[in-house]
Design a protein around this ligand. Sequence first.
Ligand SMILES: [Ca+2]
Ligand SMILES: [Ca+2]
Ligand SMILES: [Ca+2]
Length: 162
Amino acid sequence: MIIRNTLLSAALLTVMAAPAFAAPHERNAFIHDYDANHDGEVTQAEFDAGRTARFKATDANGDGWLSDAEYLAEFEPRLDARLAKSTKSAEDKLSDRQREVRQTHVRFGVLDKDKDGKMTKAEYDASGARAFAQQDKDKNGKISDADAVVERAEASTKPASN
Ligand SMILES: [Ca+2]
Ligand SMILES: [Ca+2]
Ligand SMILES: [Ca+2]
């Protein structure tokens, strides 16, 4: 049990630390996923519509909430597509996959605020709102390349963290 808790804490730390390291890639993925009219910006309305559609698609059995299994099933094809493009060795890919699957379970546990094993739309939206706010560096209510410019300016005034 102690070992398991240590592993979970380590995985949790990785999840919490991830956005700071993965930001540029994450913004591109964000724009790719939610920019419905392809003008290079994600507005709040596009984001809300995209999240609602993704929640519905993830809720495979249509009971109005996401189980851990549904949440993982939505993520796995994207993970496998990404790994398929990677030039890493099969062994590294396998360990990456295991780590990301583990992190997805941990993330589910974190987002399931009341710990009832069900991720409601409200819990899902809370996480989406945090992600949007985190990406919207210039606070204009849209995600675009302008946010990347602000982020690079911020990064250059700070000592390198990695
Ligand atoms: Ca469900
Ligand atoms: Ca819940
Ligand atoms: Ca912005």
